[in-house]
Design a protein around this ligand. Structure first.
Ligand SMILES: *[C@@H]1O[C@H](CO)[C@@H](O)[C@H](O)[C@H]1NC(C)=O
Length: 249
């Protein structure tokens, strides 16, 4: 059992160490160090054997030599200007693409021939894997549609349910309009038996039309010029007032 655990840990560690992983758009320094002081007129070549032309970057005494560079890497590579003095032949690769995933070879060419210094394996991953993108799109859609539903809820919701305990002093029956109504509009509240609960027109309550059950028990905000304010207050609600009230304009 102990052996197995150790094995699993080793496997874990080695998997992480084997290849360098970076994300799309990042930049990455491909490391390479080589003692070239004793070489005359050396040329440093970074290449990818699986490409044609294979050259990713080339550097020599005079500086960058990019006429053979594979155009995929055009403008995305740089080496330190003192590379040949310090022996730090690292390649700075910017704006990583998924297609940059490969094995890169750092080699040094001189009159004596070419010498491979190092292979560097690079794995470029999508910053957001496809499932994360799908999830994000879904989330955005949900939020947007939720927001739209909330914003236009009055168009979908034609009724309200209001519950109060018996004995409360008053209850407000909400009614929302989303537009301003003309001054002479008539607003009528009726109950389940089509009895007139409250009528309002021309800036005043029309009490003579009201059913006697509701006498002195109703009050409307009655501001027609303000959207959403046709709510009716019903005083001393009882069990008999249970039912559906309709606001008509
Ligand atoms: C790599 O090159 C980019 C672009 O020139 C630069 O912004 C970045 O600082 C370089 N990275 C390093 C570690 O030098």
């Amino acid at each position: 059992m102990k052996m197995f655990v150790v094995f699993v840990i080793l496997l874990h560690v080695s998997q992480h160490a084997s290849a360098v992983e970076r994300y799309e758009g990042d930049s990455f320094i491909l490391p390479c160090q080589f003692d070239i002081f004793d070489l005359r007129n050396p040329t440093v070549v970074w290449s990818r054997a699986d490409l044609s032309p294979p050259t990713v970057h080339q550097y020599q005494q005079e500086g960058d030599e990019l006429k053979d560079q594979n155009q995929r890497y055009s403008g995305r590579t740089s080496m330190k200007t003192d590379a040949l003095e310090t022996g730090d032949l690292s390649l700075n690769l910017t704006n990583l693409q998924l297609s940059d995933s490969a094995t890169y070879t750092c080699s040094v060419r001189s009159i004596r021939g070419e010498r491979k210094v190092k292979d560097v394996q690079l794995q470029v991953k999508e910053r957001f894997p496809p499932w994360a993108k799908a999830l994000l799109v879904l989330l955005v859609l949900l939020v947007v549609s939720g927001g739209l539903l909330f914003h236009f809820r009055h168009y979908f919701m034609s009724g309200y349910k209001v519950e109060v305990d018996s004995g409360v002093e008053s209850v407000q029956l909400p009614s929302n309009t989303t537009v301003c109504l003309p001054k002479n509009a008539k607003v009528e509240w009726t109950d389940k038996n089509k009895r007139k609960v409250h009528a309002y027109q021309n800036g005043s309550d029309q009490n003579e039309e009201q059913h006697q059950v509701y006498r002195d028990r109703t009050k409307m905000k009655g501001n027609l010029l303000k959207p959403g304010d046709l709510s009716l207050t019903l005083k001393y609600p009882t069990d008999e007032d249970r039912g559906t009230y309709t606001c008509t304009v």
